[in-house]
Design a protein around this ligand. Sequence first.
Ligand SMILES: N[C@@H](CCC(=O)N[C@@H](CS)C(=O)NCC(=O)O)C(=O)O
Length: 141
Amino acid sequence: MSLQLFYHPLSSYSMKALIALYENGTPFEYRMLSPDHAANCQQFGEMWPIAKFPILLDGERMVVEASIVIEHLQLYYPGPVKLLPTDPKAALEVRMMDRSSTTTSPRRSKSWWPTCCAPTANTTRMAWPKPGASSIRHTPG
Ligand SMILES: N[C@@H](CCC(=O)N[C@@H](CS)C(=O)NCC(=O)O)C(=O)O
């Protein structure tokens, strides 16, 4: 099997990659990172000293960053479920939602945000497009 996912089941970033794999029923090998799987941990540490997971191993090629794993799957292992819209402008919006939802946390950020920019009750809720009214909605095909 050429695809291997180094992950942990309680890792939200790992879940992103797992959802993409499950959505298209893409076959892969689970390489769980836990003390019970020392060989996985050792290989992971040797491959990726940054030690952030998940990572996808596609043959000899290592893919890091959950969002890039998803894009890699879309490019090299496309299935019936499209993971990103084909339209580059719509894809950009999807990337924005993806990155901002996983890299920002208003509550956690409060301590280091400058006072003038600190999130308020009005800014802590993201203004995602309303379901059904979204310009990013895409149809498969
Ligand atoms: N930017 C990375 C972040 C991945 C990440 O932070 N994963 C967490 C697990 S959910 C991790 O590796 N934590 C261990 C650490 O930071 O040492 C991505 O999008 O994949």
